[in-house]
Design a protein around this ligand. Structure first.
Ligand SMILES: C[S@@+](CC[C@H](N)C(=O)[O-])C[C@H]1O[C@@H](n2cnc3c(N)ncnc32)[C@H](O)[C@@H]1O
Length: 246
């Protein structure tokens, strides 16, 4: 059950789209290389937590068939504008919405860490494994417990442009919890500034346990530090693998 306010309302969706494409851009070359066999067989790629389509557009531009999904209506509205070439862009809320079958499942931006607790992350991972066709490929990133350890005393971070500004304060209230208080200011057409505040609660995961968990569901994965040659933030790991041919 979700007790929090919806994540990524309109203004944060705008700011994410305009200012936070660097992660998807950085990950895209490595992900595209991992997905090349799927592209060659015209397989369907299911993207979870696609946001505004920042990775989706790389996938579609490379010739993939993509079903892109996210929980946030504001993010999805932007993704539909940005990536008209996707097969479909639809709302899918993890961990309980049914997942369509796919030849690959991809996700960047620690989407599973947005779930309520470890049980929900486990449920989502089991659903992911169940949705992959035999021989299907999993490519996701996930925040490990070490993500929190590395940021225990992080200072607040601010970015300011002519039309928007964002301030983010991080706290680690428990070893397996990371909270971001995010304040956005967006300039409206009349020149006034509009403020919004979101609190993002992330659950951090002992990712060393993920391979055994997924093996129980027929998926062989490796936890790593990058999809390809990109450098990821400390504590953000990659989970890459293939579904057993049953
Ligand atoms: C940090 S953003 C990453 C967005 C995008 N993948 C990117 O890299 O730009 C996390 C995304 O996860 C989505 N999300 C959060 N909780 C979710 C849930 N329960 N089910 C599906 N998506 C969720 C958010 O709406 C948001 O788009």
């Amino acid at each position: 059950m979700t007790a929090h306010e919806p994540y990524y309302r309109g203004d944060l969706a705008l700011v994410h789209d305009l200012g936070f494409g660097f992660h998807a851009d950085r990950c895209a070359p490595g992900i595209l290389a991992l997905l090349e066999p799927v592209r060659q067989r015209r397989g369907l790629v299911l993207e979870l937590g696609c946001g505004t389509g920042l990775l989706t557009r790389h996938l579609v531009d490379a010739g993939h068939r993509v079903l892109a999904t996210d929980a946030s209506p504001a993010m999805l509205a932007r993704a539909r504008q940005a990536v008209p070439g996707a097969e479909e862009i639809r709302q899918l809320v993890l961990p309980d919405d049914p997942l369509p079958r796919a030849d690959a499942i991809v996700s960047v931006g620690h989407v599973l860490n947005y779930l309520d607790d470890l049980a929900a992350v486990r449920r989502a991972l089991a659903a992911v494994a169940g949705a992959l066709e035999p021989g299907g490929v999993l490519v996701i990133d996930l925040c490990d417990l070490s993500y929190g350890e590395a940021r225990r005393d992080s200072p607040e971070v601010a970015r300011v442009t002519d039309d928007w500004a964002v301030i983010s304060r991080m706290s680690i209230p428990q070893p397996d919890r990371c909270v971001r208080q995010i304040t956005t200011f967006v300039r409206s057409p009349d020149g006034c500034w509009r403020r919004d505040d979101e609190r993002h609660d992330n659950v951090l995961v002992d990712t060393a346990q993920v391979p055994a968990l997924l093996a129980d569901h027929g998926l062989e994965v490796v936890v790593g530090t990058a999809f390809g040659s990109e450098e990821l933030p400390v504590g953000l790991v990659t989970v890459v693998g293939v579904a057993h041919i049953r």
